[in-house]
Design a protein around this ligand. Structure first.
Ligand SMILES: NC(=O)c1ccc[n+]([C@@H]2O[C@H](COP(=O)([O-])OP(=O)(O)OC[C@H]3O[C@@H](n4cnc5c(N)ncnc54)[C@H](OP(=O)(O)O)[C@@H]3O)[C@@H](O)[C@H]2O)c1
Length: 329
């Protein structure tokens, strides 16, 4: 991996090997930004790196990093590698996500959707916060989804109201059984609680100086059929996602802003990662329904008490220790 060069910092995109993350990473490299992608599958990553390099401009460097966000030890190893290589990072795009069809647990016994979509990013952002502050103005962009918001028509179940500690182990339930779609929707609400709480805690701790702060933004890419997100679903659902929906939604896209595409949604996400800190700060939400202008998320997403409870539960669940994050003294 290349060393950090003076004055140039990387944008780290989790899940940058596929779908939205790959498109976003490509856009960043096209804009001349150094980009690092982090995910599990080494072959998918090296294919992605090749594709990103083929369109990179301005000498943009592309680094690939191994991480399994479901495993705190792997997240720590990723941060260790970034530190050992002296990589400056001025934007973290928390993009990786899964939609599980059955209950699976991480090595720590946590439900995988919760572990990947929320907890891995919680740990990563906290462990990288000091580094992000050193490269400030910098930003954290958290990829959520319209499925977190019961006001939006998405065909997905609404987020569950479960206690995060129970949900972390069992996932969300429907009629007493694991419901992968509801668990996913809940994880996307957690993404917003995390983003908003991160911004509040950064402000409360007065981290960074004026003009040199870490901004936080949350993003909903809209519906992007054809991405890898359906890989764990039934064969029928995969055919619908990969072969039917991309064509069926195409003529509807001009009329329904919540129908995204890899190209448009990836460009919008890259735009947020590149935005000056003042535009991306204050944990504003950029929803597809508002064509990615700052907009409002669900009423529940602004519940400060529940966001704080999720944060407090996430510290021990992720194994974050005092002193490892400027926010966990
Ligand atoms: N597609 C949509 O319609 C849609 C709508 C709203 C929101 N979103 C959000 O957009 C984001 C990207 O989704 P996508 O549709 O682009 O899906 P995708 O094509 O499946 O991409 C997911 C990425 O996450 C990585 N990933 C999965 N598990 C991981 C783990 N344990 N550790 C590290 N990386 C992991 C995958 O690589 P490996 O498997 O190699 O690790 C892959 O690079 C997600 O947060 C999703 O919730 C998508």
């Amino acid at each position: 991996m290349p060393d950090g060069r003076a004055g140039r910092a990387f944008v780290l995109v989790t899940g940058g090997s596929s779908g939205l993350g790959l498109e976003c990473a490509g856009r960043l490299a096209l804009a001349g930004r150094d980009v690092a992608i982090a995910s599990r599958d080494a072959r998918a990553r090296s294919d992605a790196v090749r594709r990103i390099r083929s369109i990179a401009r301005g000498g943009a460097r592309v680094a690939d990093l191994d991480v399994d966000l479901a495993e705190p030890a792997s997240v720590r190893a990723l941060v260790g590698r970034i530190e050992a290589d002296g990589l400056a990072i001025d934007a973290l795009v928390c993009n990786a996500g899964i939609l599980a069809s059955r209950l699976e647990r991480s090595d720590d016994g946590l439900e995988r959707t919760f572990a990947v979509n929320h907890l891995g990013h919680f740990l990563l952002a906290n462990l990288l916060l000091a580094r992000l502050l050193r490269s400030a103005p910098s930003r954290v962009v958290v990829v959520s989804s319209a499925v977190h918001d019961p006001r939006r028509f998405t065909t997905m179940p609404h987020p569950a109201g479960e206690d995060p500690l129970r949900l972390a182990r069992e996932g969300a339930l429907t009629r007493g059984r694991f419901d992968g779609r509801r668990t996913y929707a809940t994880s996307k609400l957690y993404n917003l609680w995390f983003a908003y709480e991160l911004a509040r805690r950064i402000a409360r701790a007065r981290l960074g100086e004026p003009g040199r702060r870490v901004g936080v933004a949350a993003f909903d890419p809209g519906l992007i059929p054809g991405s890898g997100l359906a890989r764990d679903l039934s064969p029928l659902a995969r055919v619908a996602w990969n072969r039917v929906l991309p064509f069926a939604t195409l003529p509807l896209a001009p009329f329904f802003p919540t129908i995204g595409s890899l190209r448009r949604s990836g460009a919008a996400l890259a735009g947020l990662a590149l935005a000056p800190a003042d535009r991306a700060s204050g944990a504003r939400y950029f929803g597809s329904h508002a064509r990615w202008r700052a907009s409002s998320s669900s009423r529940a997403s602004y519940d400060e008490r529940r966001a704080s409870e999720l944060w407090e539960a996430s510290v021990p669940l992720s194994g974050l220790r005092p002193g490892e994050s400027p926010l966990v003294p």
